[in-house]
Design a protein around this ligand. Structure first.
Ligand code: ADP
Ligand code: MG
Length: 301
């Protein structure tokens, strides 16, 4: 459903890569936690799935499509297959709960009849059947996140991306949100959730992909937040047993050359880039903003 092949990306020429040679494969129907401390690259990875940036190096496939080859005019349609939930809910404050969710259908041109039947169905699913008339300001944080989830799934996306969805919520409320995400996953939606909430990860026992400094350092099924495998500093001459997934398959020099040639071959379109997103002079690929910059949420405003 989601496949990354040696994906590297940097935001500007001075900074280190936000993602560094990331490869992973998420199957249809999986639930995956993306963990790692702040700045490890979780949000960048999710943005790449949404094609918010073109990737100069590496390949990304989402639902069988090579993301880089989706023409810009088709990006909004491509994103309709992906629901997104953020830490800060991003609801339209002036609209009711019902209208927030309905709007996601209306922008796709769905009929009134469809809206009238689907919106109550998803509000029921997230436990807000009786709160459709309220405004976001009249809801608790957990309830607002439920609205955001309802909005994200109302068009039945195959994938749900959640970027620290419990980051602003207390543990009890977070547990309720996790129940909903689990239920959505059990209904067949692939869920990728970025988080650094240890308790949640430990309680769910799902697949865990851990990022550190933009690299995948762990990919474990039914795992806990902290690996049971001790990660120790690699000693000179020691092999993959020390920290398996950090090992590079090629020598640094070779890999660097590979990245340089990839960046040169499919370099970003300089004209369409804002100033901070420029090609790195010292070789690493840089995030070129996709022509259609709006995220799914922007489409809703
Ligand atoms: P996480 O979501 O795990 O906290 P991010 O993907 O947001 O990590 O960030 C990864 C790295 O990229 C960090 O070093 C961060 O500072 C940098 N970064 C993220 N977004 C931007 C941006 N818009 N411009 C420049 N650097 C960024
Ligand atoms: Mg983040």
């Amino acid at each position: 459903m989601i496949r990354f092949e040696n994906v590297s990306i940097a935001y500007d020429r001075k900074s280190k890569p936000a993602l560094d040679d990331v490869s992973l494969d998420v199957q249809r129907g999986e639930f995956v936690f993306l963990v790692g401390s702040s700045g490890s690259g979780k949000s960048t990875l999710l943005r790449l799935v949404l094609r918010e940036y073109k990737t100069p190096h590496g390949q990304i496939y989402v639902a069988g499509q090579n993301v880089a080859t989706v023409p810009s005019w088709r990006v909004p349609k491509f994103r309709r297959g992906i629901g997104v939930v953020f830490q800060d809910f991003r609801l339209i404050q002036t609209k009711t709960v019902f209208a927030n969710v309905a709007y996601a259908m209306a922008v796709l041109g769905k009929s009134r009849a469809a809206i009238r039947s689907e919106v109550p169905r998803v509000l029921e699913l997230v436990g807000l059947a009786d709160k459709g008339h309220r405004k976001p300001t009249e809801l608790s944080g957990g309830e607002q996140q439920r609205v955001a989830i309802a909005r994200a799934i109302v068009n039945q996306p195959g994938i749900l991306l959640a970027d620290e969805p419990t980051g602003n919520l207390d543990p009890t409320t977070s547990a309720g949100i996790m129940e909903i995400l689990d239920k959505i996953n059990q209904n067949g939606t692939t869920v990728v959730m970025a988080t650094h909430d240890e308790d949640i990860v430990n309680s769910m026992r799902k697949r865990v992909i851990e990022l550190r400094h933009g690299k995948v350092i762990r990919d474990e099924p039914a795992a806990q937040y902290t690996s049971m495998i001790p990660i120790v500093a690699p000693a000179a001459g020691q092999g993959a047993a020390v920290e398996p997934s950090v090992q590079d398959d090629a020598e640094p020099q070779t890999r660097r050359q590979r990245i340089v040639s990839a960046a040169q071959a499919s370099g970003p379109d300089e004209e369409s880039m804002p100033p901070r997103l420029v090609r790195r002079r010292d070789s690493l690929p840089v995030a070129a903003v996709a022509e259609t910059e709006t995220s799914m949420i922007e489409d809703l405003k």
